[in-house]
Design a protein around this ligand. Structure first.
Ligand code: COS
Length: 385
């Protein structure tokens, strides 16, 4: 399919593809095996200006949008979802500053983020606040001209590696979602430490850990937007980011499809390549149909996001849900086509299948997405048409 990319968009695809093939492919299995953060790949991406893609030019970025970010994420995801997760989570952590930050906050943080000098992480999730995002128990208590943070964030992608953290904490618990506020906290702040590093089923080249706040003092300049706006900051951040998770689904599905296609051309059984069997052809055809449908949807929604449309909640949830369900389906079918070989670590599809599972879970499970879509159908004026 031709998606009529312009010259710059094609350059972004080519560049991301080059990094994926030259820098990611040779190390992905080892990083997965050792559960190691891709420091060298991140450096290569920084040198290639990939962290500046979605940052406005006035803050040192390339001034591109969600669509270009999705193109880059898709290419990286074809080769390693763990590494693309580190990259995409950096954007997730940056969106609160980009969407709601003051001029000073943008001037302080965005140039380093765009240069890839400082990674970012988004801290919403807690032990008792997963799908129920308003259940955050971390507190931020006003103290003089600052705030004191206490609490523990869980399962934070880029935790420990990132230098900048955008954190949701309760400034007034009695107000429920309206009592949450968003803050920027820097690595090294007094009272801010890292807890246990998680051992995961997949995306093992990305790091996931706890953030522990123990009387951590931040200045009032660290507050993003206003007190009480934290839940909206988090929801709008997720609305912005979810189409990128859809792009991860498209990428990992495409990667697995290419492996299965190549394998089925070469694998001979009953005297012929297995691609000649209709059972295999139909599976490959379904994979091709599903990937193209998911890609078309993700690209359309990313362009819609870039159009400046006010309400992107429902389309983002639709793109995330559809494309990540496809990511899971296609990677599972790739393992099936490759049979015993597909199940072995010698081939990359078992990793792709393990990796793909998280896409249906993080940034809001696909069940929560269906709730969000359902709510928008009940209250069209509030959550989109
Ligand atoms: N954009 C703007 N405002 C939004 C919004 C959005 N996408 N979603 C909700 N709001 C607003 C609502 O309109 C409501 O405003 P009012 O108080 O003025 O009525 C307020 O926020 C509370 O919304 P709601 O009542 O829908 O909140 P719930 O506690 O029921 O939670 C869901 C809603 C389930 C959608 C939310 O908790 C969620 O997204 N959960 C998943 C979180 C997630 O993705 N976690 C993954 C970890 S982060 S990587």
């Amino acid at each position: 399919m031709d998606y009529f990319l312009d010259e710059e968009q094609q350059m972004i695809v080519d560049l991301a593809q080059q990094i994926a093939v030259e820098k990611i492919l040779p190390v992905r299995a080892e990083l997965d095996e050792k559960e190691e953060f891709p420091t060298e790949v991140i450096k290569a991406m920084a040198q290639a200006d990939m962290f500046g893609l979605f940052v406005p030019e006035e803050y040192g970025g390339l001034g591109k949008g969600s669509f270009e970010l999705c193109l880059a994420i898709e290419e990286l995801s074809k080769k390693c979802l763990g590494i693309s997760t580190s990259y995409a989570a950096n954007a997730l952590g940056t969106f609160p500053i980009l969407l709601f930050g003051t001029k000073e906050q943008k001037e302080t943080y965005l140039p380093d983020i765009a240069a890839g000098k400082r990674l970012v992480a988004f801290g919403l999730t807690e032990a008792n606040a997963g799908s129920d995002a308003a259940g955050v128990q971390t507190t931020a208590v006003k103290d003089g001209d600052g705030y004191i943070l206490n609490g523990t964030k869980q399962w934070i992608t880029n935790g420990g590696e990132a230098e900048i953290y955008t954190i949701i904490a309760m400034t007034d618990r009695s107000r429920g979602p309206r009592g949450a506020s968003a803050f920027i906290v820097e690595k090294g702040a007094d009272g801010f430490t890292f807890g246990k590093k998680e051992k995961k089923m997949g995306i093992r080249a990305s790091t996931t850990c706890e953030l522990v706040f123990n009387d951590c003092r931040v200045t009032k300049e660290s507050l993003i937007s206003k007190e009480g706006m934290g839940f909206i900051v988090a929801m709008k951040t997720l609305d912005q980011a979810r189409v990128g998770v859809g792009a991860q689904g498209v990428g990992v599905a495409q990667g697995a499809f290419e492996e299965a296609l190549e394998f089925s051309r070469n694998r001979v059984q009953f005297g012929k390549s297995i691609i000649n069997f209709q059972a295999i052809q139909h599976m490959l055809s379904d994979m091709a149909i599903q990937i193209e449908a998911a890609r078309s949807l993700v690209y359309s929604v990313a362009r819609f996001v870039d159009s400046g449309a006010k309400d992107i909640t429902r389309p983002s949830a639709i793109a995330k849900t559809f494309a990540t369900d496809i990511g899971m389906k296609v990677t599972t079918d790739a393992v099936q086509i490759m049979g015993g070989s597909g199940y072995m670590r010698e081939y990359p599809v078992e990793k792709m299948m393990r990796d793909a599972k998280i896409l249906q879970i993080y940034e809001g499970t696909n069940q929560i997405q269906r709730n969000v879509i359902g709510q928008s159908l009940i209250r069209p004026s509030v959550k989109g048409k």
